[in-house]
Design a protein around this ligand. Structure first.
Ligand SMILES: *[C@@H]1O[C@H](CO)[C@@H](O)[C@H](O)[C@H]1NC(C)=O
Ligand SMILES: *[C@@H]1O[C@H](CO)[C@@H](O)[C@H](O)[C@H]1NC(C)=O
Ligand SMILES: *[C@@H]1O[C@H](CO)[C@@H](O)[C@H](O)[C@H]1NC(C)=O
Ligand SMILES: *[C@@H]1O[C@H](CO)[C@@H](O)[C@H](O)[C@H]1NC(C)=O
Ligand SMILES: *[C@@H]1O[C@H](CO)[C@@H](O)[C@H](O)[C@H]1NC(C)=O
Ligand SMILES: *[C@@H]1O[C@H](CO)[C@@H](O)[C@H](O)[C@H]1NC(C)=O
Ligand SMILES: *[C@@H]1O[C@H](CO)[C@@H](O)[C@H](O)[C@H]1NC(C)=O
Ligand SMILES: *[C@@H]1O[C@H](CO)[C@@H](O)[C@H](O)[C@H]1NC(C)=O
Length: 513
């Protein structure tokens, strides 16, 4: 019943739709989803239902912009309403088709509008150029921002190249639309930048435009220079050769040397160091110097360095440490050579009056100026045996060399135990044995006094006497060495014998009396 009613209703509805000629259907707009600029593209606006006694006009507009007609077609029955359009920038967006009677005033039929259709207009990219307003020379930790400008182009994607290599996003590299931002620049960001703009049509046609290269330099600020000096002696005059050295910094760097009152000298160098020669008067109180390194603001400063020169003075001492290997064997020595004074010492090591150089088969010299020089010596090789000493002189003047004490080094000698140690160790051992023996004897006597019953004591005495008798006969019958042992270890024998007796004595005690 219900089904029959539904079918009837549906049938009636269809009938009324099909026959009502005064009703205007909703048009449908068909066309490509993307189009090239200046291309002529056909769009189709299809109308299913329309009143037959009216002339219908179909018009294409941008959605919401009916003031500008993009294309129109006067509907003829049984014709495909093809509306050709010459594509301009303006066509980009949602398009719609409006159907309405040509003579609107004569009818009361209202216009109908299609669903919107999105059209992408591809304008091929043209003439990419990098826009950059900042300085061509940046410093580390700056921000670099470049923009890729185009004369034309829509739906563009951008790529950036540095020295021909594609840049990819990173915590420091941000890409947004046509912009490239690099944060916290480093010297590695220096080079030639290019932007490539591209867009595609129909997934088949690709348009690209490369910009010309733009060179950007990221400079490294000069780091605080180190300052040091060596002393030169030329006949009677002394001078200081002062070296200023920055660990980092883009070249060129201007190094300036100041004393406590004024600028002494300045030089611009294509390297990270500079050397200045300053006259030195050893009789005057020392002046102090500072280096400045400059390749932009801010200027880097060294520490103040006093130009203090103290000639080497004795005594020169040579101390040593032993390197102990397995089994407490001495395998090496570390010898330290020190002078009591001297700001610019030079050290020389000698074995049997032969000068040792930086490194040999069994040694290595480790200079730690101005404090000391260390000679690392392996005593395994027999060639290392001999007498060692060191000499210290001023680095600028060999005339006043001071020698150290001498030490004879030999593997055997180093590992031989000192006689005193032997005496002490063996003496202590003998005393220990004596003390233990005496204790045992006293222990025996004491216990016998406490528990000593006459019968037991006499039994014991007899046993002891018998045992001694046995010993004596043994000593007489056996070879002389046995007798020797017996007499030598007399204490031990006695204590052992008494210790042997004890279990028996106790057994006797335990027996009921
Ligand atoms: C077309 O026919 C309808 C009735 O079917 C009428 O109302 C309308 O006025 C007619 N229009 C024209 C232009 O003749
Ligand atoms: C439109 O309709 C009016 C009145 O019905 C008529 O006077 C006029 O001529 C028609 N115009 C066209 C172009 O058909
Ligand atoms: C789009 O590409 C297809 C092939 O992928 C091709 O058949 C078609 O003609 C192209 N359309 C236009 C407008 O170039
Ligand atoms: C643009 O640069 C890319 C990458 O260097 C290169 O492959 C391409 O040929 C260049 N195109 C033009 C038009 O110069
Ligand atoms: C040493 O210094 C004095 C004055 O500073 C100068 O006249 C003399 O030529 C110098 N001598 C040498 C050898 O450089
Ligand atoms: C600093 O250097 C200048 C020029 O070399 C010199 O005339 C001046 O005496 C120096 N000042 C001191 C305190 O040594
Ligand atoms: C100074 O720099 C040059 C070039 O970098 C280098 O060859 C030279 O050893 C440096 N001098 C000193 C004293 O460090
Ligand atoms: C150094 O002299 C000692 C004797 O004083 C000698 O035994 C040793 O072989 C010498 N060493 C060298 C390397 O000449």
């Amino acid at each position: 019943m219900l089904v029959a009613l539904f079918v009837l209703t549906l049938g009636l509805f269809c009938y009324s739709q099909g026959n009502s000629e005064s009703v205007l259907g909703i048009p449908q707009l068909y066309g490509p989803s993307e189009a090239l600029l200046r291309q002529v593209v056909d769009f189709v606006c299809e109308l299913q239902k329309y009143p037959e006694n009216e002339t219908i006009q179909l018009r294409v507009y941008k959605m919401g912009h009916h003031e500008k007609l993009l294309g129109e077609y006067t509907y003829q029955p049984d014709e495909v309403a093809s509306i050709p359009m010459m594509i301009t920038d303006y066509h980009e967006g949602f398009l719609e088709c409006v159907a309405k009677p040509l003579n609107a005033s004569s009818s009361n039929i209202t216009a109908t509008v299609s669903d919107p259709h999105y059209l992408k207009v591809i304008v091929p990219v043209k003439n990419a150029e990098i826009e950059y307003s900042g300085p061509m020379e940046l410093f580390e930790e700056d921000i670099l921002e470049l923009r890729c400008l185009l004369e034309a182009g829509t739906h563009v994607s951008y790529q950036w190249l540095l020295n021909g290599r594609l840049l990819s996003p990173s915590p420091r590299h941000h890409f947004a639309e046509d912009r490239l931002r690099i944060f916290r620049t480093t010297s590695g960001d220096s080079g030639f930048y290019t932007c490539i703009a591209s867009n595609t049509f129909n997934n088949t046609e690709v348009f690209t435009s490369n910009s010309t290269e733009m060179e950007i330099t990221v400079k490294v600020l000069a780091s605080d220079p180190d300052i040091s000096f060596v002393v030169l002696k030329e006949i009677q005059n002394y001078s200081a050769l002062v070296t200023c050295q920055s660990a980092r910094g883009s070249l060129p760097i201007t190094f300036s040397l100041y004393n406590s009152t004024e600028l002494v000298s300045s030089v611009t160098a294509e390297k990270k160091n500079a050397t200045f020669k300053v006259p030195l008067d050893l009789r005057q109180p020392p002046d102090r110097l500072e280096c400045q390194a400059n390749n932009s603001d801010p200027i880097a400063h060294s520490q103040w360095l006093p130009l203090r020169v103290v000639p080497v003075k004795g005594p020169v001492t040579m101390l040593y440490d032993q390197d102990i290997g397995e089994n407490y064997v001495v395998i090496g020595l570390k010898m330290y050579c020190r002078a009591s004074e001297g700001s610019h010492p030079r050290y020389h090591w000698f074995l049997n009056k032969t000068r040792l150089h930086d490194r040999g088969s069994f040694y290595r010299v480790d200079d730690q100026p101005p404090q000391q020089s260390i000679l690392h010596l392996s005593v395994r090789a027999s060639s290392s045996a001999g007498t060692y000493h060191c000499k210290v002189s001023d680095s600028f003047d060999n005339a006043n060399a001071v020698g150290s004490n001498r030490k004879y080094v030999d593997r055997e000698v180093l590992n031989r135990l000192p006689i005193l140690v032997v005496v002490i160790v063996f003496g202590s051992f003998a005393i220990l044995i004596m003390l233990v023996s005496v204790c045992c004897i006293f222990g025996v006597i004491y216990r016998r006094r406490v528990y000593g019953e006459k019968s037991l004591l006499t039994l014991e005495m007899e046993r002891l006497a018998a045992y001694e008798g046995e010993l004596e006969s043994l000593a007489y019958t056996e070879a002389g060495d046995v007798a020797e042992t017996a007499s030598q270890d007399n204490f031990d024998e006695v204590s052992e014998a008494s210790a042997d007796e004890w279990p028996q004595t106790e057994e006797l005690q335990d027996e009921p009396l």
